[in-house]
Write a protein that binds this ligand. Structure first.
Ligand code: SER
Length: 338
């Protein structure tokens, strides 16, 4: 008998770190995690971890021979800055890796006779504003607007959204015996900020980095201009959004890809918030023109009306609560001398 389980890929990453704990709090007993890296010891206790490569087809085949996977949280990806340094590798991991899992989910759906739920974190990087004037003119973009990404990561995310929709709705559309297919659902996240992990390889990283450096008592030079504006969200809200979207009945959904957001602010305002809680923080702005170009192409805000209407999305942590109740207390504790 195969054991029924939830699969999380990229489980050692920032979202995975929080998601494992939330799923385990919800009483999910069989969490199977996959990542190239080991899990931190606290999370390793909560799941069955497979240290391996998503691109390893034999490994995936072994995985489904042992587990009946009902839900997949496919978090593994190379983020936007990192992907620009090795775009083809990013394509391999971000697109081919996703394709492997969509195939797996599709086969599992047929085998089970009911759809496997496939949750996919997409991103503001799926958007591409052509210039700052347009960015100012469209401060809260809708899901279907400005889908012209300028990064490999953004292209990968946008295309994988489409692949997910294809596998859910059109896969083998001409077959007489059209099989049961998977149920793909995606969230376009803003920049995420975790108190427990430090981001690596993203372009929204200047926000969380300001905070983590300030808590460590180290000076930080942000790689963007002070007027740079993008949306952000505290990690607990990102996990809540994923779990909420996973729980909603399919009939309530009017789309498969939803914007979700919490607060938008400029890098200067972000710095002021950090300074308010860490008065000793030394924050300067030293724009890196290339990374700046990427953040400038991302929208200043997301319109998440559809998520609010269809499945009651609402962030718990606005800017004030994110800092005062989640980020500052937990980050301060993290860097306290033992
Ligand atoms: N946080 C991501 C990045 O910066 C965007 O999804 O790449």
């Amino acid at each position: 008998m195969r054991k029924r389980g939830i699969l999380i890929t990229g489980a050692a990453g920032e979202i995975g770190d929080s998601l494992i704990r939330s799923l385990s709090d919800q009483g999910e007993t069989q969490i199977v995690t996959l990542d190239l890296r080991p899990l931190p010891p606290e999370n390793a206790k909560l799941s069955t971890h497979i240290q391996g490569d998503l691109m390893d087809q034999a490994l995936l085949a072994r995985l489904v021979s042992e587990y009946e996977i009902a839900t997949i949280y496919h978090l593994a990806a190379l983020l936007s800055t990192r992907a620009e340094f090795s775009p083809e590798m990013a394509h391999q991991v971000n697109v081919e890796g996703t394709l492997h899992l969509l195939r797996l989910a599709s086969e599992q759906s047929q085998w089970r006779g009911e759809p496997v739920l496939f949750l996919f974190p997409s991103s503001i990087a799926a958007y591409g504003m052509p210039n700052l004037e347009t960015k100012a003119q469209y401060p809260r973009v809708r899901e279907w607007e400005w889908n012209y990404p300028t990064t490999m990561y953004g292209c990968n995310k946008l295309y994988c959204e489409m692949l997910g929709i294809y596998y859910s709705q059109y896969f083998r559309q001409l077959a007489a015996d059209r099989p049961v297919t998977l149920d793909f659902r995606a969230l376009r996240f803003p920049g995420l900020i975790s108190a427990f992990t430090v981001p690596s390889g993203g372009t929204s990283d200047y926000g969380p980095e300001m905070l983590h450096y300030a808590a460590k008592g180290e000076a930080y030079a942000a790689f963007v201009r002070e007027d740079t504006c993008i949306p952000f969200m505290a990690m607990p809200d990102a996990v809540t959004a994923l779990l909420k979207l996973a729980a909603v009945p399919a009939r309530a959904l009017s789309r498969r890809v939803y914007n979700v957001t919490s607060f938008s602010l400029t890098a200067a305002e972000f710095g002021e918030m950090v300074q308010r809680f860490f008065p000793q923080a030394q924050i300067t702005f030293k724009p890196d023109l290339k990374r700046q170009g990427i953040v400038d192409s991302w929208p200043a805000g997301l319109n998440d009306n559809d998520a609010r209407r269809d499945w009651g999305w609402k962030p718990t942590y606005d800017l004030e609560r994110s800092f005062s109740e989640y980020l500052v207390p937990n980050i301060s504790q993290r860097y306290q001398p033992a």
